[in-house]
Design a protein around this ligand. Structure first.
Ligand SMILES: NC(=O)c1ccc[n+]([C@@H]2O[C@H](COP(=O)([O-])OP(=O)(O)OC[C@H]3O[C@@H](n4cnc5c(N)ncnc54)[C@H](O)[C@@H]3O)[C@@H](O)[C@H]2O)c1
Length: 357
């Protein structure tokens, strides 16, 4: 499968298939430095496969810290120095091979070094079907996630399904959180399709038909980011589940998409309490589904809502001192609304009771 973004200019292709890695040769820069920065664990798992497809090409390799650990300011400094010592120029190109953290980090390097280099995203997790699209790149600060960043479009996204073979269950579940979020943004039919194909973790980890759902996720995201690249309006809907989810992720260190899925559940409770869309039945069905998939709902019993709330206050979408959350108003309609501390605390204790029921 191949898609093309539909911006007014500077469009980029998105290739999604088995063995897509072999396409990279068409996007390398001739007579310039092409430098792959790869998650060290992904390199360990897929060294032979990468050599098979890229071994003949004139590419430099740099293995980097795996996962979220790379998104630190101090690490950004050390890799920046390393890249600059290779005498890169504005014509050089960076290539990110890894999950969303690798893509965010390498994209941020590309957006800042020499005031902007080209870069290519080669996502290797389910979740990164989301993060590789749309040009948001960034790293974390000690006070919160993704607080240092930029908008910087990639030159191409090459999504090779082969990488998914080695994904641990927790990362499958994490990526599924963002796929499910895209399904919610699409309407109930997409959610039912997902629930039919993946009724429990047993089916989910087989990843049957996953390409068609990744396509759905990519198309959903593309439609939104092309309309609102810099998050002035509708792009905010992509933050569904993230306001609470980011706080939970930051404080408990559960995987990003797992936290987002629990954030979606939290948002459903707020929705119900504001009489916007969800009701007790829809929340129960969703909780049971999350239990079938093995989401770590028990983390709610250990989490401190005061700390999560303090984190939520730092969210980029907030206006003044009020917390802004994406809430659902109809099958596929959404709104951004202020949510007070009292509403957050009430929903949290209700959520605890529902999970332990
Ligand atoms: N820029 C955006 O628009 C956007 C959107 C959503 C999420 N994000 C960011 O994405 C990150 C989460 O992405 P992620 O879930 O891909 O996390 P990740 O990059 O941290 O990867 C998760 C783990 O999986 C491992 N891994 C990666 N590929 C693998 C493979 N093929 N086989 C085995 N293990 C593999 C990694 O080493 C890591 O330990 C967060 O930092 C989040 O903030 C960004």
């Amino acid at each position: 499968m191949k898609f093309e973004t539909t911006y007014k200019d500077n469009n980029y292709p998105i290739i999604l298939k088995q063995n897509a890695l072999a396409e990279l040769k068409h996007y390398l820069k001739e007579n310039e430095q092409n430098i792959v920065l790869i998650d060290q664990d992904v390199y360990r798992y897929h060294k032979d496969y990468i050599k098979e497809h890229l071994g003949q090409l004139d590419i430099k390799y740099l293995t980097i810290m795996s996962g979220e650990a790379c998104k630190q300011l101090s690490y950004f400094e050390s890799i920046s120095e390393k890249l600059l010592s290779l005498n890169i120029t504005r014509q050089s190109q960076l290539i990110a091979i890894g999950g969303g953290a690798t893509g965010d980090f390498v994209g941020f390097l590309a957006s800042t070094l020499l005031r902007g280099l080209d870069f290519i995203q080669i996502p290797t997790t389910l979740l990164a079907h989301d993060s590789a699209i749309g040009g948001k790149v960034g790293i974390n600060a000690s006070v919160g996630k993704n607080l240092i960043g930029a908008f910087h479009r990639p030159q191409a996204v090459i999504y090779d399904l082969k990488f998914l073979d080695t994904l641990p269950h927790v990362e499958v579940r994490s990526g599924y959180g963002e796929i499910y979020k895209h399904a919610i943004l699409n309407g109930e039919a997409e959610q039912h399709k997902l629930m039919d194909v993946y009724p429990s973790i047993k089916e989910l980890v087989q990843l049957e038909d996953i390409a068609s759902f990744l396509k759905m996720g990519i198309e959903t995201k593309l439609k939104i980011v092309v309309e609102d690249e810099f998050e002035g309006g509708v792009r905010k809907h992509l933050n569904l589940g993230h306001t609470f989810g980011h706080g939970l992720e930051y404080l408990t260190k559960i995987a990003h998409g797992e936290a987002v899925m629990i954030g979606i559940l939290f948002q459903k409770v707020i929705n119900k309490n504001k009489s916007l869309y969800d009701n007790c039945d829809s929340i129960f069905i969703f909780i049971n589904y999350l239990k079938e998939l093995g989401y770590p709902l028990n983390i709610i019993n250990q989490a401190d809502i005061e700390l999560i709330f303090d984190y939520m206050k730092k969210d980029k979408k907030n206006i003044g001192q009020t917390i802004q959350m994406v809430l659902q108003t109809g099958e596929s309609s959404f709104t951004i609304e202020s949510v007070s501390k009292d509403e957050v605390i009430k929903a949290f204790s209700e959520l605890k009771a529902l999970i332990n029921d």
